[in-house]
Design a protein around this ligand. Structure first.
Ligand code: DQA
Length: 152
């Protein structure tokens, strides 16, 4: 069995389903987790799906991914727009990274248009709600299998 994809979720994503459903949708994080795991399984991959409200915990998990993951799918929530520590951890991890957001951050406030995750990411998926997690797993499956065409 290949190493799992780490699917890491940042602050406030534990509130999915009750938090601003007009923006983030009605699905809970458990719903999103189930569809992510199902898509991965259908592609012969395993996911390790986690959420934390703490920046340091996310940094620890990204460091762990260096040894234990085949790639990282990261929805860093608001830390996307603030955290140099997460960028440094992603760079040090030397793993393929996909940046993910439920909402289309580019249709929203200007402060959400800048990402500290993007410089370390192979690609960005945003605006497709929970479906984005499935799309990210599909993209990561291609990357780990060496089928990824664009290298940015
Ligand atoms: C988010 C977008 C961020 O700007 C926001 O702070 C979040 C969620 C998203 O999934 O759309 O917490 O990452």
């Amino acid at each position: 069995m290949p190493k799992p994809i780490f699917v890491l979720n940042g602050p406030n994503l534990n509130l999915l389903g009750v938090r601003e459903p007009a923006i983030y949708g009605a699905e809970t994080l458990s719903d999103v987790r189930r569809r992510t795991e199902a898509r991965a399984k259908s592609l012969g991959l395993d996911v390790d799906f986690r959420q934390s409200n703490s920046e340091g915990q996310l940094v620890d998990w990204i460091q762990e991914a260096r040894e234990k993951a085949c790639g990282i799918i990261l929805n860093a929530g608001a830390y996307t727009h603030t955290s140099v520590a997460i960028l440094d951890a992603l760079t040090a991890a030397e793993k393929p990274v996909i940046e993910l957001h439920l909402s289309n951050v580019f249709r929203r406030e200007g402060f959400r248009h800048h990402s500290y995750v993007s410089p370390a990411a192979q690609g960005v998926i945003c605006g497709f709600g929970g479906k984005g997690y499935e799309l990210a797993v599909e993209a990561m499956a291609d990357i780990v299998a060496g089928r990824q065409a664009a290298k940015g």
